[in-house]
Write a protein that binds this ligand. Structure first.
Ligand SMILES: Nc1nc2c(c(=O)[nH]1)N[C@H]1C(S)=C(S)[C@@H](COP(=O)(O)OP(=O)(O)OC[C@H]3O[C@@H](n4cnc5c(=O)[nH]c(N)nc54)[C@H](O)[C@@H]3O)O[C@H]1N2
Ligand SMILES: Nc1nc2c(c(=O)[nH]1)N[C@H]1C(S)=C(S)[C@@H](COP(=O)(O)OP(=O)(O)OC[C@H]3O[C@@H](n4cnc5c(=O)[nH]c(N)nc54)[C@H](O)[C@@H]3O)O[C@H]1N2
Ligand SMILES: [Mo]
Length: 776
């Protein structure tokens, strides 16, 4: 097993048609809209396409599941409040294709194991609950009641509730997330890992320490009125395209933008707004005023250097640069921070960032001159070993200049999954604070466990050691999204039961425990009718706006159940007769989601009058003390400057640092197609992008076939075979390739300090010429 198994899924991949064109310097014009309609029509048919697309992100429609970017005020929404990426995500869910029992009867597990992610996902929506019995070679239909009984049987057989793991992906609504965590805690465990552990965990940890709240401190209006926006480690043109409209508006208001990225991502450079006539006719708006082509993991050094220069400039300009008032009144630790950055060595900064001192000084000057500054970031910051320290250092730059809790200013982590932030608010976290556990216990008359549970990495480690026997996934694709694919797959196969609540087939169904269940659920686009009538759900976006989402399409199959209904069914079956469980009528929760929201109102801060506030078009914004009143619920009761020893991430001799990224044609592990249009890569995904100098040094040419090899801190060699070389502008010593095919190279346990987020953006690898020719 191990490596062989992983290779099997990828043997069939034919990337020989790889075509490379010049990377684009503009994002989102006609081709984007043309593309969204095309994808939609092919999957959904023309009428369904228009109806569904026009429903996206409208006050009476559903919340787009492609990303957590906020919607503008309902009065300012355009009739088409969606983007190419959103249209693709919707088409994937509203597809007319079906993975029926006949599909599972026709294809054995052994066969499906050899299919890649693209082929599995393209089968369409799963229509009935399916069971793979121990030793069987096919999934077969099973009744819902029998499925729930099997879950109860296997969970009931565990020696301890901690032998079960309950994973969540960030698409789950507030209502299903709340029910899920209540079920897990009633069962007796805090083993609630989620995709956030691999995503913005570093942000949640770092910001909570120094700001007191682990979430963005800005509103959508702030973005449009910021004088300067720094965008670090994010590719908005692909992963949050609607952000570009806000950036365009910021530019119209005279704002400036600095992009910090090893890659010249099209969406950072120019934007052709498909929703404005000007964008279509002219060449759109130039976005970035300054582009810092930084080395991977160099951001900590960059932000410390920016702090250093800002303090120097303040000295030169008679105290006119720093916000001395704010520093004195609202922060702690300034002197120690000042001394630390004063001693920073420019040679270290240059080694870490690859940027000339002059360019860093220029950007510091831009910050000094700006009336208001926003710092935005995503995975290029959070998925590094020094991520948490980097985020603390970013915050310090904001504190120096008082750029928090005032118009146009603040910190803006851009979350990924559409409700990943809301899921956390609802208690999906392996280490929820005692205050939450106390309220939960009181509300439901039981004693919620206080001992912290497993995050993603700890769950995998426990599985590896045989300490976990049952895995349940509320959405997501745990097997593919996590590190160390070969070892993860072995671990999943060793479990007694795997349960996946999913919409479409993926590898987590194919790599299964002794017994396996697929429980197919409704998607966001679909009507959810329960005993009390059609239900709405609610979600929270990246700027803490909570609003309702209503699906309008008929369900993909009459056998589907909503996530809430599935979870309540499981809870009823599993918890019947167990001691110390929540006193709650699960079936009543399922019949009327308003009852769930009433409980949320009692347990979670900021949700008073939940139901009424959801009635307001556009919803409501959760409280955020630093943003609202410049108060900081930290250890010191102030915004904290911190001293973080500078970590220079070196490229090991003869190796490269590999970052693993999303192409323009995927949603995480769901592969829409094999093009990465903006980067000019077509018809192939197993490509390795390298600086030309690195090609020359290795005597490699475009299209050559190579193997990627990583040697982990554990001394184990991990290998991914058959990648095509593509020259690409980026700092030397760095490389880039697409996730999730690269996850086989990530050693389990190579994680960011403090947040335990797998390091996905600086994996040391070496490149070897492919030994075996791959079939053409
Ligand atoms: N269409 C689409 N939309 C999505 C997703 C999707 O897969 N498809 N995924 C969703 C999810 S869950 C998430 S978390 C977000 C992810 O959104 P992003 O964070 O934009 O996603 P990545 O593709 O990981 O891109 C990371 C970016 O950071 C840069 N980068 C890498 N390392 C460094 C570094 O050390 N320093 C700096 N300054 N930059 C660096 C990379 O070059 C790249 O531009 O998108 C969400 N939206
Ligand atoms: N190497 C590397 N690894 C990474 C990353 C990286 O940048 N590089 N990024 C990390 C990040 S940021 C994230 S967020 C994780 C993502 O990890 P996950 O969230 O686990 O993965 P997804 O691919 O988003 O999950 C897709 C599956 O969700 C199911 N699904 C879709 N819609 C619904 C729904 O409405 N309900 C339910 N129940 N199921 C649904 C479908 O069956 C689909 O196959 O991956 C992480 N892994
Ligand atoms: Mo994410």
């Amino acid at each position: 097993m191990g490596d062989d198994t992983t290779a099997r899924a990828e043997q069939n991949i034919d990337d020989s048609k790889l075509r490379v064109t010049r990377p684009k310097t503009h994002a989102t014009g006609w081709p984007a809209i043309g593309n969204s309609l095309l994808t939609g029509e092919e999957e959904m048919g023309a009428v369904r396409t228009m109806r569904t697309l026009l429903d996206i992100n409208q006050a009476s429609g559903f919340d787009c599941m492609s990303c957590a970017w906020p919607d503008p005020d309902p009065k300012r929404r355009s009739p088409a409040e969606f983007c190419e990426s959103g249209a693709k995500a919707v088409a994937e869910e509203a597809t007319k294709r079906r993975a029926t029992p006949a599909f599972f009867a026709a294809h054995s597990i052994a066969e499906l194991e050899t299919w890649d992610d693209y082929a599995l996902g393209k089968q369409g929506r799963i229509t009935e609950p399916m069971l793979l019995e121990a030793g069987d070679d096919h999934y077969r239909p099973v009744s819902w009641d029998r499925a729930f009984a099997i879950v109860a049987e296997e969970l009931g057989a565990l020696d301890s509730p901690d032998e079960a793991v309950f994973y969540t992906s960030g698409r789950a609504s507030n209502e299903s997330a709340f029910v899920y965590q209540l079920f897990a805690r009633s069962f007796g465990t805090n083993n609630l890992p989620d995709c956030s552990n691999m995503c913005h965990e570093s942000t949640s940890v770092g910001l909570a320490q120094v700001m007191g709240v682990g979430k963005a401190s800005v509103s959508i209006e702030d973005i449009e009125h910021a004088d300067l926006i720094l965008i670090a480690g994010q590719n908005p043109g692909t992963n949050a395209p609607r952000m570009l409209t806000r950036l365009e508006n910021a530019k119209k208001h005279g704002g400036r933008i600095v992009a910090i990225n090893p890659l010249r991502e099209a969406g950072l450079l120019h934007f052709d707004n498909p929703q404005s006539v000007k964008g279509l006719v002219f060449r759109g708006t130039q976005l970035a005023d300054e582009f810092l082509q930084i080395r991977l993991a160099g951001d900590q050094a960059l932000f410390q250097a920016l702090g250093k220069v800002l303090i120097e400039l303040d000295g030169q300009r008679g105290g006119a640069v720093l916000d001395h008032d704010f520093i004195a009144r609202s922060t702690s630790g300034f002197e120690a921070y000042r001394d630390h950055v004063a001693a920073l060595d420019w040679a270290d900064v240059e080694r870490a960032t690859g940027l000339p001192e002059q360019q860093i000084r220029k950007v510091a000057g831009m910050i000094a001159d700006a009336k208001s500054v926003i710092i935005a970031w995503a995975m290029g910051i959070t998925q590094h070993e020094n991520a948490v320290a980097t985020i603390r250092d970013m915050a310090s730059v904001a504190w120096l200049t008082g750029n928090v809790g005032r118009p146009g200013a603040g910190l803006l982590p851009v979350r990924g999954h559409s409700n990943v932030q809301g899921d956390r608010t609802m208690g999906i976290w392996e280490q929820m604070p005692d205050a939450f556990q106390d309220r939960l216990s009181e509300e439901f008359g039981f004693d919620s466990p206080r001992e912290h549970g497993y995050d993603v990495v700890k769950a995998l480690q426990a599985m590896r050691e045989g300490r976990v026997k049952v895995f349940m996934g509320l959405g997501g694709n745990f097997t593919r999204a996590t590190p160390d694919t070969a070892s993860t797959e072995d671990s999943m196969r060793a479990l007694a039961l795997t349960v996946q609540i999913s919409t479409k087939p993926n590898r987590s169904h194919v790599v299964h425990g002794r017994r396996a269940l697929i429980l197919p659920c409704l998607g966001r686009t679909e009507v959810d009718v329960q005993a009390s009538g059609a239900q709405r759900v609610s979600v929270e976006d990246t700027v803490l706006n909570v609003h309702a989402s209503h699906g309008h399409l008929p369900p993909a199959s009459p056998h589907l159940r909503s996530e809430v209904a599935i979870l309540c069914g499981i809870a009823e079956a599993v918890l019947a007769g167990r001691p110390n469980t929540a006193r709650v009528d699960w079936s009543a929760l399922k019949d009327d989601y308003r009852r769930i929201r009433t409980h949320i109102e009692h347990v979670v801060d900021g949700f008073g009058a939940y139901e009424e506030k959801l009635d307001v078009p556009g919803g409501f914004v959760l409280p955020h003390p630093p943003r609202d009143t410049r108060t900081f619920p930290t250890k010191t009761g102030r915004a904290m400057f911190t001293v973080n020893p500078l970590e220079v991430v070196e490229v090991p001799e003869g190796q490269l640092l590999l970052q693993t990224i999303r192409s323009h044609d995927q949603f995480n592990t769901t592969i829409y197609g094999k093009d990465d249009r903006y980067r000019g890569i077509h018809d192939a995904r197993r490509v390795i992008m390298l600086n030309r100098k690195e090609l020359v040094a290795r005597d490699l040419h475009e299209g050559d076939l190579v193997d990627l090899v990583s040697i982990g801190f554990d001394g184990v060699e991990r290998r991914a075979e058959g990648w095509r070389v593509v020259p690409y502008r980026m700092p030397s010593g760095n490389a880039a390739a697409y996730y999730p095919e690269t996850n086989v190279l990530m050693p389990l346990g190579h994680s960011a300090k403090e947040s335990n987020t797998p390091v996905a953006k600086a994996i040391p690898i070496r490149i070897e010429r492919a030994a075996v020719p791959v079939p053409a």
